[in-house]
Every structure is written in structure tokens, then in C-alpha cells.
Ligand binder design. Structure first.
Ligand SMILES: [Zn+2]
Length: 250
């Protein structure tokens, strides 16, 4: 079913009315899996299920390139796809994809480390490289580091269109320097500390992949990040130096 028609059908059910609180969508056709949640930014960027149409393709959620359905890694930007879900006829159980991304449970992460690297397509080194930024994360509610996870994002400074616009927005959120045109220039600036890095992440998963929906920085600690306040307190203590009067040379 086309994305437009499916949105229309689901939209019918989502229309507000004082007599109803919920709307149950029985999607036996895999439409949500194919088109995504209808309130998602990526809704309708067609992800063909195996066996559908010709030359099945899926769209990279990071740079929007169309790649082979079986690809585990986006050839354009390096995005790693999570393991594919089995394509089958009618499941006996509901799948985990939310009908609306707004319904997906947000996950909160404390960032304990950041690193970055240049990603180049090995087989076609002439294609533009991307910057992979890796956040070493602890679930906000976990003790110890047993459950650390690496959460990555790929920033496409050297791509055109949507991907470049996204890179520009990423840069502006992280640095007051001008947005670099190359990954090498970005890495130079990152290495020199020209970028602030988040102390917390909020991610959402639509069942297909986990995407970063918010980054929390140390210099903006609104109330909604109270789960980070504890972490900030300990950091402040770590970095607080006290001097005796006779240590100060003036
Ligand atoms: Zn990509």
C-alpha cells in the first residue's frame, strides 16, 4: 500500500473525538515496517520488503541514499543497519514497531566518552567520506559499566542536499566555528576541542534503528534533564580546585 493511502487510513482512526481515547491499527500488510511511523520525519521514505517490486532497496536513515535491501552498511555514509527482521506473511504476534514514533519509549543515556573517525568506502575511495561520531553510553538508570553501549551517528560534511544540511545543523549544535567542508577539517577542529560534546543522549527506536533525538550539553541543563543532574554534580566536584592563599602567587 502506498505511504499516502496508508497515512490517510491511519489518519482516519487518529482523528480526535471526545468519545474515543484509542485507535487500534491492525496492519497485516507490513505498512508500518515499510513506511515507518506516520509521525516520523522519515515516513514514506520507502523501505521495500524482500520480494516486493524490482530491485528491492531501502533508504539509509542517515543520508537517505537508496541501498540494497540486504546491505548491512550504507555505502555512502557508513551507517550500520541493525540486523534485518525476518520478512514473513502474517505474524501471530504484533511486531515491535510503534505505530507512531511518538509512542516509542525514549531511552536516556549518560555519555561517558566520545570519539570520532573518518569513514571511507573501501571499494570506492572516491566517494565522499563521512565522519563517524561514537558516544560511549551508559543507560541512565544503570549501575556500573556492564551495560555500556556505543551509539553512533554519521555526519556527511561532503555530501549534497539533505545530508549536507543535516551535517550543517549537527555542526552548529556542537561548535561556534564555521561548518567545515571536509571530514578532515572537521576532525582537525574536533581534535583541537572546538566542539562541545553532549553529556547525555535521548534516543528512540522505531524497532528498526535507534536514532538520537536529543543531545544534552553541560552548559544547558534544563529541568527535563534531571536524570543528568547527579552526573553533573559529581563532575563539578571532580573539577573544582581549591587553593590555599599562600599557593596563589599574587
Ligand atoms: Zn547513508
Amino acid at each position: 500500500m502506498s505511504a499516502g493511502l496508508f497515512a490517510q487510513i491511519v489518519g482516519r482512526g487518529l482523528r480526535k473525538h471526545e468519545s474515543k481515547a484509542d485507535c487500534l491499527v491492525l496492519d497485516f500488510g507490513g505498512n508500518i515496517r515499510r513506511h515507518g511511523p506516520i509521525d516520523s520525519d522519515d515516513y514514506g521514505t520507502e523501505v521495500k520488503l524482500p520480494g516486493e517490486g524490482s530491485a528491492p532497496k531501502k533508504n539509509c536513515p542517515n543520508c537517505e541514499s537508496a541501498v540494497a535491501i540486504s546491505a548491512q552498511i550504507c555505502e555512502d555514509c557508513g551507517f550500520k543497519f541493525p540486523p534485518a527482521e525476518p520478512a514473513d506473511k502474517h505474524d501471530s504476534n504484533a511486531d515491535e514497531n510503534s505505530t507512531l514514533i511518538g509512542q516509542a519509549e525514549p531511552e536516556q543515556w549518560v555519555v561517558v566518552g566520545c570519539s570520532w573517525t573518518k569513514w571511507t568506502k573501501r571499494k570506492e575511495p572516491d566517494k565522499p567520506p563521512t565522519l563517524r561520531v561514537m558516544y560511549d553510553c551508559q543507560p541512565a538508570d544503570a549501575e556500573g559499566n556492564l551495560s555500556n553501549e556505543d551509539i553512533s551517528e554519521w555526519v556527511c560534511f561532503e555530501h549534497d542536499g539533505y545530508a549536507r544540511k543535516k551535517a550543517q545543523a549537527w555542526w552548529d549544535a556542537h561548535s561556534i566555528a564555521d561548518c567545515p567542508d571536509t571530514v578532515d577539517a572537521a576532525i582537525k577542529l574536533l581534535d583541537r576541542g572546538c566542539c562541545r560534546m553532549p553529556i547525555g543522549l535521548i534516543t528512540k527506536s522505531d524497532g528498526k534503528w535507534r536514532s538520537i533525538v536529543k543531545q544534552a550539553f553541560a552548559d544547558q541543563c534544563p529541568l527535563e534533564y534531571d536524570w543528568l543532574a547527579e552526573k553533573q554534580k559529581t563532575e563539578d566536584e571532580d573539577y573544582e580546585y581549591t587553593f590555599d592563599d599562600d599557593e596563589v602567587p599574587f
